[in-house]
Design a protein around this ligand. Structure first.
Ligand code: C5P
Length: 231
């Protein structure tokens, strides 16, 4: 395949308060990572790089094998780093073959539908070197604060909430990562890092179910979505 999906799962997930790293917490009988990978392998064929926390490579491998099914030869597990950016860099270094499009996906967005992954791949291929971010409108009123004081309000119409996977032409993404490493700059998502290198980024519609599992309430929401209907 000319497309690769790097699934970053190397975070500790301290805000979830679970004993295991977040990607290895069970939603139902399947882990967060397993669910994320089910979506990735249901999308158009791509090479899949799973970035696991040090010491959890074996668990990641078995989740990935189970999700990959007949596509097992398209999958590789590597060890992540201290920051999300370092984990993505480790994934980029593990690409093989003639990949032209790279998607970076948070394992924590476990219930992201395959259709969203497919839409990002399509948008990158139709774009002219543009990075693609799935995003949702902002619902809440966002206040700017200074300590306890509310000092301003953001214009909601100019804001969206970014999700993953975010997709990019490989050559430009690698260039942007090299630049960030040289400058020692840390970015919270790939689109920001890509834009900092001077490349354009566009957003496409995201999906409510692609929310990121961060807190115990998020995990509960994922469990409710997966529970069999009783009515
Ligand atoms: O912490 P947060 O939920 O924002 O992390 C987003 C994603 O990045 C998660 O899927 C997490 O596993 C991943 N990550 C990583 N390596 C890190 C930190 C976060 O792969 N060092």
């Amino acid at each position: 395949p000319r497309t690769a999906v790097i699934v970053v799962a190397a975070g500790s997930g301290t805000r979830l308060g679970a004993p295991a790293p977040k990607a290895f917490v069970g939603i139902d009988e399947r882990t967060v990572l397993r669910h994320a990978l089910e979506g990735v392998f249901a999308a158009p064929p791509a090479q899949v790089i799973v970035v696991a926390p040090a010491g959890y490579e074996g668990e990641a491998e078995s989740d990935a094998r189970a999700a990959a099914g007949a596509r097992g030869d398209l999958m590789r597990v590597v060890t992540g780093g201290q920051t999300r950016q370092q984990s993505v860099a480790a994934g980029l270094a593990a690409l093989w073959g003639d990949v032209e499009t790279v998607l970076v996906h948070d394992a924590a967005r476990a219930l992201t539908p395959a259709s969203q992954i497919a839409a990002v791949i399509r948008a990158v291929s139709e774009g002219d070197g543009t990075g693609i971010v799935p995003a949702l409108p902002v619902i809440d009123t966002l206040k700017q604060v200074d300590g306890d004081a509310v000092v301003g309000v953001a214009d909601r119409s100019q804001l969206v909430a970014a999700q993953t996977p975010q997709g990019f032409p490989r050559a430009r993404l690698e260039q942007a990562y090299e630049r960030a490493a040289q400058e020692g700059a840390e970015y919270t998502d790939d689109a920001a890092l890509y834009a900092a290198a001077g490349f354009a980024v566009q957003h496409i519609p995201g999906t409510a179910t692609a929310f990121k599992i961060t807190t115990p309430a998020d995990l509960e929401r994922a469990r409710m979505l997966l529970a069999p209907r009783t009515t």
